[in-house]
Write a protein that binds this ligand. Structure first.
Ligand code: SAM
Length: 238
């Protein structure tokens, strides 16, 4: 039983993923710290310890946002490569630590050929990431690419490791709190409401493992962290 015209049509369109991250980009890092009480830093460190990339590793970090995984990767490979090389140099060539330090002034050399490509669909997130890289002195072995995880702009088999951290879902169970924090800190309720919805819709850790297996990966395992708030899933393409 429709009322008499004229009608007013009200159209409510959901925010796109792009809009969400565009609007939170500048406050993304501070929000991450607030929402996880800083624990996301530990989770990301654990990811690197689990990954244990060797010097020379080519990493593709999809949905890499502001570069948290990429910077950890560069730190990790640099420290691994340098300490091993330095020990070898000192033992084989009897060089002093000063001479060894000079050899490693070139940033490229200190990475042992490792490289990370951060790929993200949102140019605002990448912009914040690039600014962070400049401010923190990361230059070599790092590239930023605007691209969609569902249509990656790379040739097959160009990378050794693929990561996607909080790109498929977001953290935490506290689904009533997050939008409030979003409003208070970022002045943006809708974006954080969207993020909460995306968490709610995410499969369980076991279901996600099966999805990775169904996609053809082998030796799929996961480690549940912080009472199951997050998990690190991994698998191998053989
Ligand atoms: N990985 C970073 C981290 O752990 O801090 C950022 C995670 S942030 C929650 C999610 C990121 O996924 C955002 O930067 C967003 O722009 C990106 N993103 C969303 N959909 C994407 C897609 N289809 N392809 C690539 N990136 C996407």
């Amino acid at each position: 039983l429709l009322p008499q015209p004229p009608y007013t049509i009200v159209c409510v369109s959901p925010m796109s993923v792009y809009q969400v991250f565009e609007s939170v980009a500048k406050k993304y890092d501070v929000m991450n710290d607030m929402m996880s009480l800083g624990i996301h830093r530990v989770w990301k460190d654990l990811l690197l310890w689990k990954m244990r990339p060797l010097p020379g590793t080519q990493l593709l970090d999809v949905a890499g946002g502001t570069g948290d995984i990429a910077f950890r990767f560069l730190n990790y490979v640099q420290s691994q490569h340098q300490s091993k090389q330095k020990r070898q140099l000192r033992a084989q060539q009897n060089l002093s630590w000063e001479e060894i330090a000079k050899k490693y002034q070139n940033e490229e050399d200190s990475l042992g050929g490792s490289r990370v490509v951060v790929c993200d669909i949102n140019k605002e997130m990448l912009k914040v990431g690039k600014q962070k890289a400049l401010a923190q002195g990361y230059r070599a072995g790092l590239a930023w690419v605007l691209g969609d995880a569902e249509e990656l702009p790379f040739d097959d088999d160009k990378f050794d490791i693929y990561t996607i951290a909080f790109g498929i879902r977001n953290v935490t169970h506290i689904d009533q709190v997050i939008p409030v924090l979003g409003e208070v800190i970022a002045g943006d309720w809708k974006s954080y409401q969207y993020l909460v919805e995306s968490i709610r819709r995410f499969p369980s850790q076991e279901e996600f493992k099966e999805m990775i297996e169904d996609a053809g990966f082998h030796k799929v395992t996961y480690e549940s962290l912080t009472s199951g708030i997050v998990a690190i899933h991994s698998g191998f393409k053989l």
